[in-house]
Design a protein around this ligand. Structure first.
Ligand code: ADP
Ligand code: ZN
Length: 354
């Protein structure tokens, strides 16, 4: 893993007009610009981004992939590379990832591998992408596992215009909001308290609030990722809510529950378990009510067997010798890693569910 160089994060409402100028400030004299985007974003905003760049006399091409997770495939990756080669991109070219987490991961991996790596710029259009855009992990899926083929490749800049989020469906806003809440739980108690005090619905979040979420989320993620380069192991804390969350996603079938909803449910269990293990009050009850108010699932569908979830957790990349690693909280803002054997975790999970 390469040491990350610092890169600028531009955040604001309606800042898309500045993309050309900012791109030129971080990439010297690019030969061509390749925008990789999905069909939804292309239809909504593709023309706008192209015209902003063309106003700077840049040579702009757009490669459009289907919307959704299925585009993080080897086939789509290959098509993007073919597009880049056929259009004579070279080492001086720049890729713009214009879309959500899927496009960010795909376009980032194309940029990481095309001619051994060319610069790329993230222009995220979802709230969830605040999480995936930071940390330099880019990847595509293999039929045998998510994110199994990837690289570390830092963007040259992140340009985050909250204007785009106005068309994002509520489900997607909520999915991204779960990671915002996670970043609070593992890093900043007062931020969590402020969120609980001020956000009672995600139906009408303002662009100021979105910027607040994104700024905080990026700050926390960047801090943890930077610390982890000193091998403090802090990156594992980002997994808060994810051990159970991933199991839920896989068990229900991807697409049946959003990533954020699954993680929210996982965080709730982790919070309950933290209270149990550390015999402290983490306001589990009020958090549960708040999650419910916002629309997060606060319990696991009764048709899902606890056994099956445990099986999934055992298969997780992060599980070693059937000892399941779980991120708990010693305090809100202060995470710890705890290891459980499957039987213990099974009883806890069952107890929580009943
Ligand atoms: P993430 O991993 O960030 O949730 P995805 O790339 O899977 O992002 O995007 C989720 C879905 O939302 C996709 O179908 C995508 O086309 C769509 N989408 C992304 N951004 C927007 C937006 N700003 N407005 C409307 N739809 C969007
Ligand atoms: Zn996540």
């Amino acid at each position: 893993q390469t040491k990350s160089r610092p890169y600028p994060v531009f955040l604001g409402d309606g800042i898309i007009d500045n993309v050309g100028e900012w791109l030129l400030s971080v990439c010297n004299n690019p030969s061509k610009i390749l925008i990789i985007t999905d069909q939804t974003i292309k239809d909504l905003y593709g023309g706008k981004l192209e015209s902003v760049l063309k106003a700077f006399d840049l040579d702009v091409l757009t490669c459009v992939v289907p919307s959704g997770e299925q585009s993080k495939s080897f086939e789509t990756y290959y098509k993007c590379l073919t597009f880049a080669l056929e259009n004579n991109l070279d080492r001086e070219s720049v890729i713009i990832a214009f879309g959500g987490g899927v496009v960010g991961d795909l376009a980032g991996f194309v940029a990481a591998t095309f001619m051994r790596g060319i610069p790329f710029i993230q222009v995220p259009t979802t709230l969830l992408a605040h999480d995936s855009a930071v940390g330099g992990k880019v990847a595509i899926n293999h039929p045998l596992g998510k994110n199994m083929i990837g690289a570390f490749h830092q963007p040259h800049a992140i340009i985050y215009d909250t204007q785009f989020l106005k068309t994002l469906p509520l489900l997607e806003i909520r999915s991204g909001f779960a990671e915002v809440v996670k970043h609070g739980f593992i890093n900043d108690r007062s931020f969590v308290e402020n969120l609980m005090k001020t956000i009672h619905s995600l139906n009408h979040v303002t662009s100021e609030q979105l910027q607040w979420f994104i700024r905080k989320g990026i700050e926390v993620k960047a801090e943890i990722v930077a610390e982890d380069e000193r091998e403090t192991g802090k990156r594992a804390f980002l997994n808060f809510g994810h051990t159970l969350g991933h199991a839920l996603e896989a068990e229900l079938g991807y697409g049946k529950i959003s990533h954020g909803d699954a993680v929210a449910c996982g965080m709730l269990f982790a919070l309950w378990l933290s209270e149990k293990i550390f015999r402290k009050d983490f306001q589990y009850k009020s958090t549960k009510n708040w999650f419910n108010e916002i629309g997060f699932p606060v319990k696991i569908d009764e048709n899902i067997q606890t056994e099956s979830l445990l099986e999934r957790m055992k298969k997780d990349k992060k599980t070693v010798h059937s000892q399941i690693r779980f991120v708990l909280l010693e305090d809100i803002g202060n995470p710890v890693l705890k290891t459980f054997d499957t039987h213990t975790l099974y009883s806890f999970l069952n107890e929580w569910r009943t």
